[in-house]
Design a protein around this ligand. Structure first.
Ligand code: AMP
Length: 282
């Protein structure tokens, strides 16, 4: 497994691999890997000849009061995990390699799709995400790129960007990996203390109960949203950012629960702001 910091060297490896007619996969991450990330890597391994994992804590997707400085990092541990899975190349650039002095080009998906849900409280976040993902696509030129449904809005925004900018690759969305008690795995879960960790299970529990209510016939999004908000408020450390029910691919608001439905939420539990969602066909 190669660990490469430079764009030039990464391109050299990819060019060589592609000249042999092999397929290339990209799994973009910010590192501090857990089983959620690894599930994307495993899927990429199954479906492609050569797997690149990028590890880059992208400063442009963090707001001024967010956790850029303290975001957990452990390249040594990450490399060991990825080597075990048979990853071919880790692309681990310095910030200056990606955003050299004077850098001033950004990619932005406009409209409601980036303004609602997480876009409401994280201004500029998706502009940063779409810019880094476009750059990674241009650097690695993968046949397929793997993203977790955990970040459902991110997947929808990237799919739109790929369609509208004619990127010649396939986006592969992968299911959410959860702890046994339902908590969606996240690098930010390490910020939770013991009590908050217990409280955090309220997120997935509320989503699963909402799903049950919908399966039992409830079709009013407001009723489900209110149920989730009130349920989350029963724990000590929760502060709801949003709970929204939208169309699963366009993220447009829905008047009635039917078809492709995404129930998404963001909640601050103690220090970290956690996100979770479920997508249903009703
Ligand atoms: P991050 O390092 O948080 O930027 O995540 C890198 C990729 O892993 C993104 O596509 C995430 O959606 C995905 N991911 C993070 N957590 C999970 C999870 N619990 N299950 C599935 N995918 C995940």
């Amino acid at each position: 497994m190669e660990i490469v910091n430079s764009i030039k060297e990464t391109r050299k490896h990819i060019k060589n691999i592609k000249s042999k007619g092999k397929t290339v996969a990209l799994v973009p991450t910010m590192g501090y890997l857990h089983e959620g990330h690894l599930s994307l890597v495993k899927r990429a391994k199954e479906e492609n000849d050569y797997v690149v994992v990028s590890i880059f804590v992208n400063p442009t997707q963090f707001g001024p009061n967010e956790d850029l400085e303290t975001y957990p990092r452990d390249l040594e541990r990450d490399s060991k995990l990825l080597e075990k899975l048979g990853v071919d190349l880790i692309f681990h650039p310095e910030v200056e390699e990606i955003y050299p002095k004077g850098y001033n080009t950004h990619v932005e998906v406009l409209g409601d799709i980036t303004k609602k849900l997480c876009g409401r409280s994280r201004e500029g976040h998706f502009k940063g995400v779409v810019t880094i993902v476009s750059k990674l696509f241009n650097i690695v030129s993968p046949h397929r790129a793997y993203f977790g449904q955990k970040d459902a809005q991110q997947v929808a925004v990237i799919e739109k960007m790929v369609r509208e900018l004619n990127f010649d690759l396939e986006i592969v969305p992968c299911p959410i990996v959860r702890e046994e008690d339902g908590l969606a795995l996240s690098s930010r879960n390490i910020y939770l203390d013991k009590e908050e960790r217990k409280d955090a299970t309220i997120l997935s529990q509320s989503l699963f109960k909402a799903e049950e209510m919908i399966r039992n016939g409830e079709r009013n999004p407001k009723v489900i949203e209110d149920f989730i908000i009130n349920n989350i408020k029963t724990v000590n450390y929760a502060e709801v950012d949003y709970v929204d029910i939208v169309n699963g691919s366009t993220l447009e608001d829905v008047d009635e629960i039917s078809g492709d439905i995404l129930i998404a939420l963001a909640v601050k539990i103690g220090k970290p702001r956690l996100i979770d969602n479920i997508r249903l066909e009703v």
